[in-house]
Design a protein around this ligand. Structure first.
Ligand code: IMP
Length: 448
């Protein structure tokens, strides 16, 4: 096996990481869907069912939370990697609704035996701590993501392989429930969870999960060695990354491109390209810094035009103008070579588009991104007004067909970030996508 897995780059399949370049919700789901036309495998590497990927195919809407977008293409295999935290009950519910919608799920979807399991006490701990006096309110999705990653790093988590081991599962749930119930009662006055009931529910879920489970690192490396191409599907976004985001207002995983290696077991030397996804403006859901936020009617207008409401929680998203210092930072951290600009059509009504081109702190220009959340309070955005196109773009299918100011807007983003524009999305449907020729050639994409 060893020789088979370490064959040279020349014969192995191509790989690309899709990463959110802002605070998540950039439209990664749709872009993964477009790319799966060419890539054989889609692998999720971080996060859990806090993510919500909306994909619209022939007018039919799918919201995927855990299952990678590849499942919507019959010829594609999907993988949930070891870096993901998986709630087996939520996973089975999602698989059930996909099947009910006529999507084939079985033999084309694998779950890592090393992924961490989210259990009900993770949600209990999260709800308690989010509402506890004196705690920083992150505005989480309440899915138990943070506490589950805490247990992983604390080396007291339960992995999928352990979930399938009934004896171990019972002992784990009994011990963990005793401990978590005591802590949650002492700190947050929470009602205790019933370990027996939990064991029954999760032992049952484990049996249904079993057919999906395998060593996905071996599967992925073998697929690469056989010349199959892999797209790594990021969840959330760079500014929500546990290390590089607006800490502590972040999620608890490595959402940036580096997470693709640790979160799947595919080595960094096997990653060819990083594709960053950015909206033509900015949004954020939950608490935390947002320098270019619009707290006025213009922001409300963007929210309405862009239908900016969370796919998972339904919360209204905060909106603002494009923030280039953040986008440059994101390009640096992720090594973004190609940039996909989504929701360009949301700006169709504007005659002028302000873009944040730099920051001022205490009257001095800087484009340094602060390490402390409090550092953002001092930031004043420096805006440049770019010409708007004030014309509809939703039906345009080629770059040349875009109005000149729209092409200039994209060229400005390219110049500032040093990344090339790869694709432009002008509407929610699979078809409302403009693919740039050089990108098609670089990735060896098939025409749509
Ligand atoms: P958690 O991931 O549920 O712990 O939430 C932490 C922060 O990340 C909160 O501000 C959430 O709103 C945000 N977040 C988590 N997942 C997503 C996502 O898929 N899109 C946008 N924001 C997210």
């Amino acid at each position: 096996m060893e020789r088979e897995l370490t064959r040279g780059k020349a014969s192995r399949g191509r790989t690309a990481v899709i990463v959110g370049a802002q605070w998540g919700d950039e439209g990664k789901g749709k872009i993964v869907d477009v790319l799966t036309h060419t890539f054989s495998v889609v692998a999720r590497y971080a996060g859990g069912h806090n993510a919500g990927h909306t994909v619209i195919i022939n007018g039919k809407k799918f919201i995927l939370q855990l299952v990678p977008g590849g499942v919507l293409r019959p010829e594609c295999t999907s993988v949930i990697g070891n870096g993901v935290v998986i709630d087996p009950v939520a996973f089975l519910r999602e698989v059930g609704s996909l099947r009910a919608a006529g999507i084939r799920v079985g033999g084309n979807l694998f779950v890592s035996d090393r992924a961490q399991v989210i259990l009900p006490y993770h949600r209990m701990m999260e709800l308690g701590s989010e509402n506890a006096p004196g705690r920083v309110k992150i505005g989480t999705t309440s899915r138990g993501i943070g506490p589950s990653y805490e247990d992983k790093m604390g080396r007291r988590g339960l992995r999928v392989a352990d979930l399938l081991d009934t004896k171990l599962l019972r002992t784990h749930i009994e011990n963990a429930c005793r401990e978590k119930n005591m802590i949650a009662h002492a700190l947050f006055n929470s009602d205790p969870l019933d370990a027996d009931k939990m064991f029954q529910e999760y032992a049952d879920a484990a049996e249904k999960l079993r057919p999906f489970v395998r060593d996905t690192a071996v599967f992925l490396n073998r697929a690469l060695a056989e010349g199959k191409s892999i797209v790594f599907e990021g969840a959330q976004g760079t500014m929500l990354d546990i290390d590089h985001g607006t800490y502590p207002f972040v999620t608890s995983s490595s959402a940036t491109s580096g997470g693709a290696a640790t979160g799947t077991g595919v080595p960094p030397t096997s990653i060819d390209t990083v594709i960053g996804i950015t909206k033509a403006y900015c949004t954020r859901v939950g608490g935390g810094p947002f320098p270019s936020e619009l707290l006025n009617e213009q922001g409300e207008h963007l929210r309405k035009r862009g239908n900016e409401f969370g796919a998972v929680t339904g919360r209204p998203r905060r909106t603002g103008w494009l923030d280039l210092p953040l986008l440059k930072y994101s390009a640096m951290i992720n090594g973004i070579s190609w940039l996909v600009v989504t929701k360009l059509d949301v700006l169709d009504h504007l005659k002028e588009i302000p873009v944040c081109v730099g920051y001022k702190v205490d009257g001095k220009k800087t484009d340094e991104v602060p390490a402390q959340a409090s550092g953002y309070d001092k930031i004043e955005c420096v805006y440049r007004n770019l010409q708007g196109w004030a014309a509809p773009t939703q039906t345009i299918r080629t770059e040349d067909g875009l109005p000149k100011p729209a092409r200039d807007y994209l060229a400005f983003i390219e110049k500032e970030t040093g990344a090339r524009v790869a694709m432009i999305s002008t509407g929610p449907d699979r078809e409302q996508t403009i693919l740039i020729d050089d990108f098609v050639k670089d990735l060896g994409l098939k025409s749509q």
